[in-house]
Each structure stands twice: as structure tokens, then as C-alpha cells.
Design a protein. Structure first.
Length: 332
């Protein structure tokens, strides 16, 4: 369970990245300290900032700015890449089309997924088949986003090696059959500025309270607008105040299962109280699409009662979990 945290920890992961591909990484003092901080963050809040991650601030900013340019286009232009079930749920969705727990979210977005060959995942994967829909305008949009997904995929893999060590495993517990061919999801999201009444913002829910589906999320948010909120054990909503150049990271449902409940996929939501439009690019690093996810042996041995709780985690097939969510998340 998440604790009654009041702030989110900031972790400089540069020592982990330096040693991440070395066979003796677990013995390095800098790595040991990063692993300790990751373990504490995953136990106490399920959310943390990462700095020293190696992706340039210029790239991080450029990804947000080109996303903002797209959302400024006329509605008719954005509809050229409209998301539909026939398009594998890939593409643009208008404000209010995304639904969380039956209520429309006040954001617009482009949804992208790792592409795969037709028929690769049988009937389960059929709903997600198809190429990503990239806009022709702004120019270089597709090239930038494809490069960004490669950078985020590599960074996520390295962070998970640290988390794997934190669970007392080898650095590679989340690779191979679990995430040797990791699926990924990316949402490019725009939140309209808050309307004001009598000088006070009207708190429209940009995205309702939810947990993420997969292993690890990297959130690239505007530097000057505080909107992401994380719920602690006491029920308070703690703001993830932007730290320029950082990513906000959080763990998802699949990592909660794999850790046997030791780590928490924490509820979070978005409320944009700013009168200005807000952009956020969220990258979700997942397991293999067809991975059967259940508690790791190391976690069943060390935490046989589910991390000190009475909950027993059953296996889940990630692709089935994702498709069930996607097919109920949109009002079309």
C-alpha cells in the first residue's frame, strides 16, 4: 500500500545508467544507492521523479512543443488522423472522447502503440493491429516521435533493471519472457485551460482517477503548470509539481502483480487549474503483449503473503488486460 506521503522523491539515476550494462552493476556503490531510493519510492508512493536520465532537455521540450503545435491546428485538420476501432484505436481523439470510469475526460490526445505484424497475437491482438497514424503537419512529427519512443524504451529498460535489483533479483528479471520484446503505449495529451467563474478556476477533470496498466510510465509534462495529482494512503491528493528536465515516473498494474503487491500502482488524476493550455506526453513501458504476468518467484519466496497483505495476485495476460481497457475507454 502507498503511505501517507506528502511529496514525491527525486532520484538522480545517472549512477545506474553508467553501470547498467555491466555484469558487476549490483556491486557498484552508486548503483546500490539508486536501487535503495527506487525501492523506497516504489513502496511508499509508487511515484518518483528521475533526473540524470540522459535524454536531453532539448528533446524533451521539442516533443512537447511539436505536440502543442498539432493541437493548435483546426479541428478538421486533426480529424485526418481520427482514432477509430478500425484503425486499431490509434490516432486522434477529441476532447471528452476518452472516458474514465464512465465520465468523459477534458482532454484531447493522440494514441500510439508499438506496431506489430497482422496476426502475430491472434484474436486478442486483432483489435490493436494497424500502423500508427502520424500527422503530416507539423513536419518532422513522425520522425521525432519515433526517435523519442526509442529513447524512452531504452531508459525504461534501464530503470527496471534497478527496480529488479530492488526486489532482490538479478538485473534481468523483467526481460526475456516478461519484457524481452516490450510493448509500449504513448499518449500525446492536451488539456484546455480552466474556465474561471468569479475569479476562481472551474475544476474540470482533465483525466479521472486511475492506475496505469503496465510496468513503468515516463511523464513529460509542461514545466509551468501543476496538474498531475497522486493520492496518498490518507486520501489526500499530492501535486506532482513540474521539475524542468525531469520525468515523473510511476509503476503500473503489471509491476504490482509481478512484485506480489510489494510495489503499488497508485491512483492519480489530472486537473488543469491554469487558464493556459497544458501539454503532457506519457510513455508507457509494458510487458510483452502476450506475456502471462504473475508474481515473480523471488517475490513469492520473499513476500509469500503478498507483501504483508492478505491479497493474492492472480495471473493476467497483458494483451487481454490492455484490450479490455482500450475497448471501454472511448465514447464514439
Amino acid at each position: 500500500m502507498a503511505t501517507d506521503f506528502k511529496t514525491l522523491p527525486v532520484i538522480d539515476i545517472s549512477p545506474l545508467l553508467v553501470k547498467c550494462d555491466d555484469s558487476d552493476m549490483a556491486e557498484d556503490a552508486g548503483v546500490v544507492e539508486v536501487v535503495r531510493q527506487l525501492d523506497r519510492a516504489c513502496r511508499e508512493s509508487g511515484f518518483f521523479y528521475v533526473t540524470g536520465h540522459g535524454i536531453s532537455e532539448d528533446v524533451i521540450n521539442k516533443v512537447r512543443e511539436i505536440t502543442r503545435e498539432f493541437f493548435k491546428l483546426p479541428y478538421e485538420e486533426k480529424l485526418k488522423i481520427k482514432m477509430t476501432p478500425a484503425a486499431g484505436y490509434r490516432g486522434y481523439q477529441r476532447i471528452g472522447e476518452n472516458v474514465t470510469k464512465g465520465k468523459p475526460d477534458m482532454h484531447e490526445a493522440i494514441d500510439c502503440y508499438r506496431e506489430f505484424k497482422q496476426g502475430k497475437y491472434g484474436d486478442v491482438g486483432k483489435a490493436m493491429e494497424g500502423p500508427n497514424q502520424w500527422p503530416e503537419n507539423p513536419q518532422e512529427f513522425k520522425e521525432l516521435m519515433e526517435e523519442y519512443t526509442k529513447l524512452c524504451t531504452d531508459l525504461s529498460r534501464k530503470i527496471l533493471r534497478g527496480i529488479s535489483l530492488a526486489l532482490c533479483g538479478t538485473p534481468y528479471e523483467f526481460e526475456g519472457k516478461i519484457a524481452g520484446e516490450p510493448f509500449w503505449v504513448m499518449r500525446l495529451i492536451g488539456y484546455p485551460g480552466a474556465p474561471f467563474t468569479n475569479g476562481q478556476p472551474v475544476n474540470d477533470i482533465g483525466c479521472g482517477a486511475h492506475t496505469d496498466y503496465g510496468l513503468l510510465t515516463l511523464v513529460n509534462q509542461d514545466d509551468d503548470k501543476t496538474a498531475l495529482q497522486v493520492r496518498n494512503l490518507g486520501g489526500d491528493w499530492i501535486s506532482a509539481i513540474p521539475i524542468p528536465g525531469s520525468f515523473v515516473c510511476n509503476i503500473g498494474d503489471m509491476l504490482k502483480i509481478l512484485s506480489n503487491g510489494v510495489y503499488e500502482s497508485t491512483l492519480h488524476r489530472v486537473i488543469n487549474n491554469s487558464p493556459q493550455y497544458r501539454v503532457c506526453v506519457a510513455f508507457f513501458y509494458e510487458t510483452n503483449f502476450d506475456a502471462v504476468v504473475e508474481p515473480l518467484d523471488i517475490c513469492k519466496q520473499k513476500y509469500p503473503s503478498g507483501g504483508g497483505t492478505s491479497q493474492v495476485f492472480k495471473r493476467a495476460v497483458y494483451g487481454e488486460h490492455l484490450v479490455s481497457k482500450v475497448q471501454t475507454n472511448f465514447a464514439m
